[in-house]
Design a protein around this ligand. Structure first.
Ligand code: UD1
Length: 417
């Protein structure tokens, strides 16, 4: 397994091109299954997860080509509505095929995802909503067997869920009748999925709000081109990295509106941000006060940047708390950060952080995609050489992270094994 070796202490200077958003491209790739056709998708990040999704689309019968960040997907010959455990267990987002397969074939067999590194991640909202759409669902040997054309209905989620909103949106595009989703997720990736589904032929009202009304697609085939939005989590990770190390970087190809809560938090600790169209510059001297933060659904501070924010707060002046409201157990990075000298205690879903003068290098291991990014930020600020193992987690969600960091002055290298 590959490792990253980081010699901390360098300030970061230069420009970084932000890639397309992982969490936007994955559901959109599955949405190409809904209507047989040829789809060209641009700005696709080169990630383990996009490659896993390509494999899954091929198993279902799609013809997929991927080069130069462009995907060509032909879904005309698809005939196997089955997502096997081998793929679903390596990437939970595979579960996104459930809605599209039901939409197209009125049947599907999708392995039930298990837990993950940050605790149980149920799919009960997806299943309850599909049952309310009169889909027959049963569990057989770990697979969800779903049958029947979804019927339009009024679906209410008791809690906002990105995945359940996406799956039900896609099932609804070929439902019999109109579907209304209330308390829908409002994340930019859901907005982008809605735009793709509109191009596919669905009529969707309320895009970007918590009530979505979906009228089904009438056409039988389609073909078009679509651009993936910039990855706000990758952008946020680089913003937080330079806040912690000090320096000045410009991020190119970002959507500022997707990053407002991160910018607000950085401004509160006196880190300068300058916005210029699709670019944002961040300047920091690496000295700042601690402030409290809690994760919330969009437009709040994203849970996918919680570990990275924690890494920034390790050496802040004073004490602070981080409250994790989305995934109460998403704290596996704390024990690794503690190995680097962090002073953090955890009570339920609240982490209490006391600022330390120095972060030390230590061998640490990645536990999930974003926890890994937190370890990288801590290592970039530490004294000495840090070895980060199990970096396949990073490769799932960050396109060429060590190349991008090297280009702005970080001392980081990959050891292949
Ligand atoms: C997506 C993102 C992930 C991000 C998360 C929250 C993708 C591929 N992944 O994950 O990076 O961290 O949104 O922004 O886009 N819940 C249930 N039952 C369900 C579904 C969800 O109880 O059936 C709960 C979850 O346990 C969690 C909350 O709802 O507490 C939000 O989860 P959800 O938005 O569904 O996350 P994902 O879509 O899995």
């Amino acid at each position: 397994m590959d490792k990253l070796i980081i010699n901390g202490g360098n300030k970061l200077y230069g420009d970084v091109q932000i890639s397309g958003a992982k969490n936007a491209v994955l559901p959109i790739m599955t949405a190409t299954l809904i209507v047989p056709g040829n789809y060209k998708i641009n700005n696709v990040p080169d990630l383990r997860d996009t490659r896993t999704m390509i494999q899954l689309l091929k198993i279902i019968g799609s013809n997929v080509q991927y080069s130069n960040n462009t995907l060509l997907i032909d879904t005309k010959e698809c005939n196997n509505p089955h997502a096997p455990y081998d793929l679903v267990k390596t990437m939970r987002a595979s579960f996104y095929v459930l809605g599209p397969l039901l939409a197209r074939f009125h049947e599907s067999k999708v392995s039930l995802p298990g837990g993950c590194a940050w605790g149980p991640r149920p799919v009960d909202f997806h299943i309850k909503a599909l049952r309310e759409m009169k889909v027959d669902i049963r569990l057989d040997k770990g697979d969800i067997i779903a049958k029947g054309q979804p019927q339009g209905n009024k679906i209410h989620f008791t809690k906002k869920s990105v995945g359940a909103t996406g799956n039900i949106l896609m099932a609804a595009t070929r439902a019999n009748g109109v579907t209304t989703i209330s308390n829908a997720a409002m994340e930019p990736e859901i907005v982008s999925l809605c735009h793709f589904l509109q191009k596919l032929g669905a009529n969707i009202e309320g895009i970007g709000t918590e009530v979505l009304i979906i009228s089904p697609i009438e056409i039988q085939n389609n073909s078009f081109e679509f651009d993936i939005i910039p990855d706000r989590i990758e952008a946020g990770t680089f913003m937080l990295a330079v806040a912690a190390t000090g320096g000045k970087i410009k991020l190119k190809n970002v959507n500022i509106e997707h990053l407002e809560s991160v910018i607000d938090h950085l401004n509160k600790i006196n880190i300068t941000t300058n916005l210029d169209g699709n670019d944002i510059s961040i300047e920091s001297d690496g000295e700042y006060e601690a402030i409290d933060m809690e994760t919330l659904e969009f437009p709040g501070f994203p849970t996918d940047l919680q570990a990275q924010w924690m890494a920034v707060m390790l050496k802040a002046k004073g004490n602070c708390v981080i409250k994790e409201n989305i995934y109460h157990d998403r704290f596996t990075h704390i024990s690794e950060l503690s190995r680097m000298g962090a002073d953090i205690s955890l009570k339920n879903n609240i982490a209490y952080i006391k600022g330390v003068h120095e972060i030390y290098s230590a061998p640490v291991m990645c536990t999930d995609i974003r926890a890994s990014a937190g370890l990288i930020i801590a290592a970039l600020c530490s004294k000495g050489e840090t070895e980060i193992s199990r970096i396949y987690h990073i490769d799932r969600g960050y396109d060429g992270i060590e190349n991008k960091l090297t280009s702005i002055g970080a001392n980081i290298r990959r050891i292949k094994s």
